[in-house]
Design a protein. Sequence first.
Length: 140
Amino acid sequence: MPCVHMEWRIRGAAAIKTKTGISTIQDFINFNPRECFDRLINKYLTMGEIDHEKHGRWLVGMRRGMTTPPYGFSNAPKAGPVLASINTCLLYKIETAAGLIKYYRELKDKVKHQRGRRSDGDRKIIGLSDYMLKSFIKGQ
């Protein structure tokens, strides 16, 4: 059975107010720690598994409703995106949903700070929102 131990430390009045909503003694008395921790867990802890079809469709440039990718993998319409996702995960040693999100966030940060012209792939990475990243995860 998987187990997680978490501790949260919030320092400073402004951070406490932002993270918990506590700004007065009455707020502290009425504070619901379960609600606060559930919100923090949902924001920072990724639970689920990689949705290789959605991730793969993004990788090969397929929009919803398309049956074949615009390039590559054209001999295997359904398997193409899935294989692209699985191969990407194997290549970059991504084993978990959290690992996938971490990989893309780090890559996005790296690409943002590169100098010079950006490729189409670079622009695709920069345009990758947290919402889109989470759509690559089943069970989110």
